[in-house]
Design a protein around this ligand. Structure first.
Ligand code: C2E
Ligand code: CA
Ligand code: CA
Ligand code: CA
Length: 275
């Protein structure tokens, strides 16, 4: 039995080694990608549920890997955060998204995801200011999406930074609402412009009473505070009718539009589709 244990241990050890090596290889790759700008932004449309027209797009990062093709952010954002590479990558995302949005009609916004790591450095304020001034995009057409984990850091400096961004005129959205901790408390600490209800709840909206109850609570609360709500990840017509009935103000999901290349986003705006 003792021998078996050692064998098992060795197995875990080599497993760990393999994982460390894969991680290092990915890191080398990611550094090269950052230097050589192997990234692209895709844009997913957001529709106003009252008027049915496009209000904006969320910019979603893609890595055009020379051998692996299009790599999803879920695969490399965590490592980019650990290594700090998210700072130059995030700066590129802001600049690129603002430059693209500056070509759109003046009512259309662009939403950019910010990592908590970007938030920990005062750097983000500078990156936002230069993205806006370089592109000429008016601040109110830029939305920054942050998750509850940013507020979990809960320092005075985080709130100060959020307020400075607000003063610039950019909009601040709370992303993935409901998946973190004590969400409601955060609404009192900071005045968000928009709440994005996580796909997890939308998925359950037609089947499970708890998801529906949560959505009712969030839309009710948001409406009373004058905050817009986006239903994320709507995939079916039934879900769409339901979120509309519950008073969500916007929808973003595969049903109404998948993330698309910049030129397709532009084409959509030129021949506007309605939901
Ligand atoms: P997220 O911010 O919650 O973005 C929404 C994700 O849900 C996107 O995945 C989008 O393609 C996907 N989605 C949208 N509608 C539907 C739907 O109806 N069904 C399903 N199954 N999925 C849907 P994506 O593009 O793979 O991005 C994953 C996550 O990576 C994002 O989640 C965000 O947290 C992160 N991310 C993406 N771009 C950036 C970026 O530029 N910076 C940072 N820091 N994070 C990013
Ligand atoms: Ca987001
Ligand atoms: Ca989200
Ligand atoms: Ca998410």
């Amino acid at each position: 039995a003792k021998g078996d244990g050692r064998g098992l241990f060795r197995f875990f050890e080599s497993e760990m080694d393999a994982r460390m090596q894969a991680r290092r290889a990915l890191e080398v790759d990611l550094r090269r990608a950052t230097e050589q700008h192997e990234f692209e932004l895709y844009y997913q449309p957001q529709f106003n549920l009252g008027t049915g027209s496009v209000t904006g797009f969320e910019a979603l990062l893609r890595w055009r890997h020379p051998d692996r093709g299009l790599v999803s952010p879920a695969e490399f954002i965590p490592l980019a955060e650990e290594t700090g590479l998210i700072l130059p990558i995030g700066e590129w995302v802001l600049a690129k998204a603002c430059a693209e949005a500056a070509k759109w009609p003046s009512t259309v916004t662009v939403a950019v995801n910010l990592s908590p790591v970007q938030f920990r450095s005062a750097h983000v304020l500078r990156a936002v200011v230069s993205a806006l001034s370089d592109s000429g995009l008016p601040a109110h057409r830029l939305e920054l999406e942050i998750t509850e984990s940013v507020l979990l850091m809960e320092t005075e400096s985080t709130l100060a930074l959020l307020n400075q961004l607000h003063i610039l005129g950019v909009r601040i959205s709370m992303d993935d609402f409901g998946t973190g901790y004590s969400s409601l408390g955060y609404l009192q600490k900071f005045r968000f412009d928009k709440i994005k209800i996580d796909r997890e709840f939308i998925k359950g909206i037609c089947e499970d009473e708890k998801s529906l109850a949560i959505i009712k609570a969030v839309t009710g609360l948001s409406a009373s505070m004058g905050i817009a709500t986006t239903a994320e990840g709507v995939e079916t017509q039934a879900q769409l009718s339901r979120v509309k009935a519950e008073g969500c103000t916007e929808v973003q999901g595969f049903l109404t539009g998948r993330p698309m290349a910049a030129r397709d986003a532009m084409a959509l705006l030129q021949a506007p589709s309605r939901v």
